[in-house]
Write a protein that binds this ligand. Sequence first.
Ligand SMILES: Nc1ncnc2c1ncn2[C@@H]1O[C@H](COP(=O)(O)OP(=O)(O)OP(=O)(O)O)[C@@H](O)[C@H]1O
Length: 245
Amino acid sequence: MSFEKAPTTAMQSGAVLRVENLSAWYAESKALHGMNFDVREGELLTLIGRNGAGKTTTLRSIMGIVRKRTGSIKFKGDELIGRRVYEVARKGVGYCPEERAIFSSLSVRENLTLPPVLQKGGMSDEELFKTFPNLLRRAGSQGTKLSGGEQQMLAIARILRNGSRFLLLDEPSEGLAPVVVKEIAEIILRLKTQGFTIILVEQNLRFARRVADRHVIVEHGKVVDILNAAELEADMDRVQTYLGV
Ligand SMILES: Nc1ncnc2c1ncn2[C@@H]1O[C@H](COP(=O)(O)OP(=O)(O)OP(=O)(O)O)[C@@H](O)[C@H]1O
């Protein structure tokens, strides 16, 4: 598999998202234990770590899906802790869950147009279909009839249409064939070039390496290391040790 190299991000300005001492719970069970990291405008950051490390919980905590949290999550200076999911979404944060959440009985077009536009500047249907030509071909097909890759594209397209400029993508490559993974990587790189800010949870290190500016390594609900793309390339052993591969 070969990817184009990620475009270098222009010197990033300040943090658009700042996570400080974030802890989170599922009922009485603590899943995050004081996470600290930030994301700069236009940056593509990955969360990497073993199964159960807390990557998905971090995205769900930012989005407000996990409600029981302490610490601070500041988005453009506003505190997100205490906010409801719809309020976070209205601020321009889009979440694409691992399970993709496609309405199976609806067509591609209906899946795209059903959710409300939350922010001005969402992609028009024309732009969307240009970015995702496969979806144009399948516009009338039912959600269940789509391949895994098409479902992933639809899930991403949906949050672009609603105007989100800050994207939380949970394992978009999961379960997809290498050729489709490559297509998704190219779409993500294009979004980055267009100025979207992205947090990507990814187990596929090869995929993560090709698209990201920085990598946040998560272990037992904590950030144990942060490496930029060049540092990761220079010290793959370090990352592989974290991942246990
Ligand atoms: N709905 C839930 N209820 C209770 N515990 C949960 C729930 N979801 C996750 N957990 C627990 O929280 C911890 C962090 O899980 P999380 O899904 O965030 O990890 P992850 O790094 O995303 O791993 P994976 O790639 O396996 O999803 C794990 O111990 C997991 O068992």
